[in-house]
Every structure is written in structure tokens, then in C-alpha cells.
Write a protein that binds this ligand. Structure first.
Ligand SMILES: Cc1cc2nc3c(=O)[nH]c(=O)nc-3n(C[C@H](O)[C@H](O)[C@H](O)COP(=O)(O)O)c2cc1C
Length: 202
């Protein structure tokens, strides 16, 4: 599958990070989308401005990211989600591409609950959810910790960082997996936009 977007494809990474680890992944997601030729903006949702809300409103795709806190999305992300309810009512984000990622200290840590919440949040906004699109890694005799998707998620990207580690301990395989997600979303957003353009002229 092509991983190329177009310079007109606009992707926003909307994330919360309490202690900086999820921010490292947000940057990786953005880097992946950028390598796929999309224009990328990163928005820290706990300090979101009116101009940044507008970036989300006009994007082709929004990739949501949050740490997993207490088995779900962080309070900072939930505040943003609740603040988006006016846009839910107006359908502002309807039919945009969406995807998600999360990070936590434990290998599982109940991250799937967080990813499922992000997918439900996107569905409430009538967005089009794009999963990770990678086979699970690190699950066979010849597999290893440096595999892409080493924690074996499908709904989105799941990363694990030791609870006592600094931001430099975010795992390289998780960073590469996050880059993959960004590139995949950029490519899907470009394909959708091209399809709409073709239909408009058919
Ligand atoms: C309030 C709180 C709750 C947490 N709950 C979980 C959890 O449910 N599962 C888990 O594996 N890690 C949990 N953690 C660990 C964080 O997910 C982990 O440290 C993560 O890297 C933090 O990301 P951040 O630096 O972007 O905030 C929790 C941390 C905090 C502060």
C-alpha cells in the first residue's frame, strides 16, 4: 500500500501528556505523517487555543493520543473530549479520518480500554476510524522486543514506558510503531480526499 499523502493533506495530532512520555509518541506520529508528505500540527489538548481548535476543525485527519491513567484516558484528555461536545452536536468533525495511540507503564496496563474509548469518541463525532494496520510483533519464537507493534494492538498504537523512566526511555519500537500510524493515517486521508475529488468531477 502506498504511504504517500499529498502536501495538501492536513493531519493534526491532538494529545495529552502529563509527564512527557506520550508527547514523545505524539512527535513520532507527527513525524510519520510528515514523512508521508502531509502537513502536520501537534496540539497539546490541555492548553488548546481557539486557533488550535480551528486546526482540528479544518484537518483531514485527527490522531488522538493520551496516556493510560487508571485504566483509561487521562483527565486532561477527557476534559478536551467533553469540551468537544459542541462540535459533536454540530457534526464539525464528521467524516474526518481518526486514529489513536496510548502509552502506559505496564505491558498491558489496560491500554486497550483507552484505545477503545478513543475509537468510541471518534465514532461519536462520526469520524472514520483507522486501525494500526500492523501484524502483532514479539509473539513468536523468532520475534523480539524490537518488532513493530511489539505489544500486539490492532485498534491503535499501544506503547509501554517504565514508570520510573524518563522521556528518553520511550521504546524505539514504540516510536517506530507510532511513526507507522502517522504515515498510515496520512495516506488514508489523502486517498479519501482524492476519492471525494474524483466523485465530485464524475
Ligand atoms: C494517575 C496515573 C495513573 C496511571 N494509571 C496507569 C494504568 O492504569 N496502567 C498503566 O500501565 N500505567 C498507568 N500509569 C503510568 C503511566 O501511564 C505512564 O507513566 C505513562 O508513561 C505516563 O505518560 P505521560 O508521561 O505522557 O503522562 C499511571 C500514571 C499515573 C500518573
Amino acid at each position: 500500500m502506498s504511504q504517500a499523502a499529498s502536501p495538501e493533506t492536513r493531519v493534526v495530532v491532538a494529545y495529552h501528556s502529563g509527564y512527557g512520555h506520550t508527547a514523545v509518541l505524539a512527535e513520532a506520529v507527527g513525524r510519520g505523517a510528515g514523512k508521508a508528505a502531509a502537513q502536520v500540527d501537534l496540539v497539546a489538548v490541555d492548553t488548546i487555543t481557539e486557533d488550535q481548535w480551528s486546526l482540528l476543525d479544518t484537518a483531514d485527519a485527527v490522531i488522538f493520543g493520551t496516556p493510560t491513567y487508571m485504566g483509561g484516558a487521562s483527565a486532561g484528555f477527557h476534559a478536551f473530549a467533553e469540551a468537544s461536545s459542541g462540535r459533536y452536536l454540530r457534526g464539525t468533525w464528521a467524516d474526518k479520518i481518526a486514529a489513536g495511540f496510548t502509552n502506559s507503564a505496564s505491558k498491558s496496563g489496560d491500554k486497550l480500554n483507552t484505545l477503545n474509548f478513543l475509537a468510541a469518541f471518534a465514532a461519536q463525532h462520526h469520524m472514520i476510524w483507522v486501525g494500526l494496520g500492523l501484524a502483532p510483533g514479539w509473539n513468536a519464537l523468532q520475534a523480539g522486543e524490537s518488532d513493530l507493534n511489539r505489544l500486539g494492538f490492532w485498534v491503535g498504537a499501544g506503547a509501554q514506558t517504565p514508570q520510573d523512566g524518563g522521556v528518553e526511555t520511550v521504546h524505539e519500537a514504540d516510536i517506530a510503531t507510532a511513526e507507522h500510524l502517522g504515515a498510515r493515517v496520512a495516506a488514508q486521508a489523502a486517498a479519501l480526499a482524492a476519492g471525494h475529488a474524483a466523485l465530485a468531477t464524475a
